[in-house]
Design a protein around this ligand. Sequence first.
Ligand code: NAD
Length: 336
Amino acid sequence: MKSILVTGGAGFIGANLVEHLIKSNHNCKIVVIDALTYAGDVHNLNRVKNARNFKFVHGNICDRGLIERVFQHYLITDVIHLAAESHVDNSISHPDVFIETNVKGTFTLLDVAYKYWMEKPFVFKHGFEESRFLHVSTDEVYGTLGETGLFTEETAYAPNSPYSASKASSDLIVRSYHHTYGMNTVITNCSNNYGPKQHDEKLIPTVIRKALAGEHIPIYGDGKNIRDWLYVLDHCKGIEVAFFKGKSGEVYNIGGENERNNNYIAGQICEILDTLKPLENKSYKDLISYVEDRAGHDFRYAIDATKIETNLGWKADENFESGILKTVQWYLEKYQ
Ligand code: NAD
């Protein structure tokens, strides 16, 4: 039986992933470690907290002594690493914590895992090579695109924000542990996620929350920045397939071919709310207002997911329009 350490499991993607893995009956123990920063919420794990094969540890991935104890106590065989500072705006105002968690934290986990798995393969009754470290990363490491083109796994790294630079650094450290020490690593670079349990600070929850409160819905710049949106459960299924079937040392881009700009997203949400919770004599669209653009705002991200689709058989189930309807319905319940 695998004993998988999932870092950042109380966050948006982590909590959705843990729920999905436990539902999918993989015969694994799932140990979540999470520092419960402002972005983490232990209640995100309510649906799995009583599962026989689930454990929660409150702690910081930069705390080497704690990570070593967790490996020893739970006989950790694999890691799926999601813990990170994840909000680009915060990285512009407070880059230091991004370097600490995303760079030093990733290094600490990797180094503990490497030494533990090297020394203790007999504990797991399988070789060092079988213990996998899957690192969850972002398409933002590739920088920005113009009107055309897609990010592939071969696209050169060109991060533009302290967030994406810290994620790019962590990807390179993971890469080095595969090439130097032979660790069984996989890196996934995914596009923008949306769905249940996302922190209020992010674009889609902000649009829904502000609309329901009757406040101005803030959109950066002219609203024409484009992201390739992926429903969070599709991302979780991509991580799952990369973890169980991916090849050691490989990188897989995950994206849903759902390029949409911020104007379209805010408009779609307003139209759904106009139907589900109409206002008297006006549309939620009247609340949209434009605010000063984010510093260094990347224009467009878009993923070519051919590799994970062809080699591992993954494909997104949701398109943006079906996923956003489910998402708005979920937040309507949360904010009512
Ligand atoms: P999130 O901010 O919702 O959750 C991050 C979690 O990590 C939180 O629970 C937080 O408490 C925890 N955490 C932060 N610092 C920690 C530390 N030092 N030690 C232990 N736990 C810590 O983020 P998310 O959106 O769920 O993203 C998860 C991962 O996926 C990140 O690595 C992010 O870079 C990556 N990613 C996110 C997206 C996206 O659109 N959200 C897209 C691609 C990749």
